[in-house]
Write a new protein. Structure first.
Length: 134
């Protein structure tokens, strides 16, 4: 559920591998396996909590990208055709607006993602909201 994941990102003090794994599981898209079910490994499967995600049709474990600590990886979450506007202000920290199409000259309105300290997390939030609405 993207809404709950967005809420966890908004509340996170900083990026984490656990959040990275949750994002990877929530956004997995494989055209070759359109009905693949995704789940996070259980604690007893021999891997550190949150570091890996995997799909149920395959027993291999995959490391999740560093979405919450890397601007480049966070940008990979943005749907095709969406543009970003990024800013900083003392009240909100980093804010990101994610628009379908080109950025508007009069880009007013609430940001689609913001975080007090982390630009990658703000970008993740904006991209996940765009996916949720899209």
């Amino acid at each position: 559920d993207l809404t709950n994941l967005i809420a966890r990102l908004e509340a996170a003090p900083k990026g984490s591998r656990e959040l990275d794994a949750q994002i990877a599981a929530a956004t997995f898209d494989d055209p070759e396996h359109p009905n693949a079910k995704i789940r996070l490994p259980h604690w007893d499967e021999g891997c550190p909590a949150g570091t890996y995600w995997r799909h149920s049709h395959d027993v291999s474990l995959c490391k999740s990208p560093h979405y919450t600590t890397s601007i480049d990886m966070a940008d990979k979450l943005r749907p095709n055709g969406y543009a970003l506007e990024i800013g900083h202000c003392p009240e909100m920290g980093v804010f990101v607006r994610c628009y379908k199409g080109a950025i508007r000259v009069d880009s007013s309105g609430a940001p689609s993602g913001n975080h007090k300290t982390s630009e990658p997390i703000a970008r993740c939030i904006a991209a996940l909201r765009a996916r949720e609405e899209g």
